[in-house]
Design a binder for this molecule. Structure first.
Ligand code: ATP
Length: 298
């Protein structure tokens, strides 16, 4: 299957300073990909290159079989900026009708687009009276004009409440099921982990990790913590048997590598008469994210 977006060995420098270095990636039709990275990692720069707003310093970028910025690419790519602003005096319907005209589309479908993003009821109200979540939906309706093959969404859910976020991702699921590719940036790791197919992590302009969360978890090989609650009075016995254990709150904690996990469990199991409870704590999403996006060398 041909990729909707292919990037190979992309570099972008601003006055000699590298914002992107040797970045390669591809996004297939129907795929939902999350782009993660701390402030200044290069996410916006990457999006600007894909949209054809800035030229790469090196490497190849192909968007819907065209070069970024070419008419064939622009027709098929939609963009939702992080803080989309609209004319507050226009109604949602007027704003979307206006954008449809700009894109040379039949404006008869404006109301249907607004209904699709859950704004049908407010379509004839001025945008100035909309909540943040409603304005974000106007942005999404704008991005859906012309049934784009690639949606580039810059932190699309920032500022949305949990219900609006869920609605938003359900809408994206439907678009992806119809074959659209989605590339979205986010700082909300927990959220994108559950709602996208693949994660890309940029750090200092380099692609430092790529895969599903289980892939990244495996590759990072971060330690696993085990929290042990001792039967009254047996703390010292357990600490003697497990010299690496430390006191954490009311209990004891021991850390081990993924490989040592079963052996450690076996040792704890030998102490079963002295242990009330055991909780295994895998590395959190934040631990994994920090592992990959640490600011080494910046
Ligand atoms: P954020 O999460 O804060 O939006 P980001 O991951 O989108 O960050 P970019 O905005 O792409 O990061 O910035 C990447 C690097 O490029 C940063 O070091 C930034 O200072 C630099 N940069 C971005 N735009 C320019 C510019 N026009 N001129 C010079 N440097 C720039």
């Amino acid at each position: 299957m041909t990729s909707t977006l292919t990037i190979s060995h992309l570099t972008k420098t601003y006055d000699g300073v590298a914002a992107l270095s040797d970045v390669s990636l591809s996004v297939a039709p129907g795929e939902r990909v999350a782009l993660l990275g701390h402030n200044g990692a290069g996410k916006s720069t990457l999006m600007k290159v894909i949209l054809g707003l800035i030229a790469p310093s090196g490497g190849e970028v192909t968007v819907c079989d065209a070069k970024p910025g070419q008419a064939a690419a622009r027709e098929q790519v939609a963009y939702l900026p992080e803080n989309a602003t609209f004319h507050s005096a226009l109604t949602g319907l007027e704003q979307i009708t206006f954008y449809m005209r700009l894109r040379g589309q039949d404006t008869a479908g404006a109301m249907e687009l607004l209904e699709r993003v859950g704004l049908g009821h407010a379509a004839r109200r001025r945008i100035g009276t909309y909540s943040k979540g409603m304005r974000q939906r106007v942005g999404l309706a704008q991005a859906l004009i012309g049934a784009p093959r690639l949606l580039v969404l810059d932190e699309p859910t920032s500022g949305l409440d949990p219900v609006s976020r869920r609605d938003f991702y359900e809408l994206l699921d439907g678009l992806a099921a119809d074959g659209a590719s989605i590339l979205l940036s986010s700082h909300a790791l927990t959220e994108v982990e559950a709602r996208t197919d693949r994660l890309l992590i940029l750090s200092g302009g380099r692609m430092v990790a790529e895969g599903t969360l289980p892939d990244l978890r495996r590759e990072a090989a971060l330690p696993v913590a085990m929290h042990i609650t001792a039967l009254n009075g047996y703390d010292s016995d357990i600490m003697a048997a497990l010299p690496n254990a430390i006191r954490v709150g009311e209990g004891l904690q021991i850390s081990c590598t993924q490989e040592e996990k079963l052996a450690t469990l076996a040792r704890i199991s030998e102490l079963r008469g002295k242990v009330v409870d055991l909780e295994i704590i895998p590395p959190s999403l934040e631990d994994i994210y920090s592992h990959y996006s640490r600011r080494d060398g910046q």
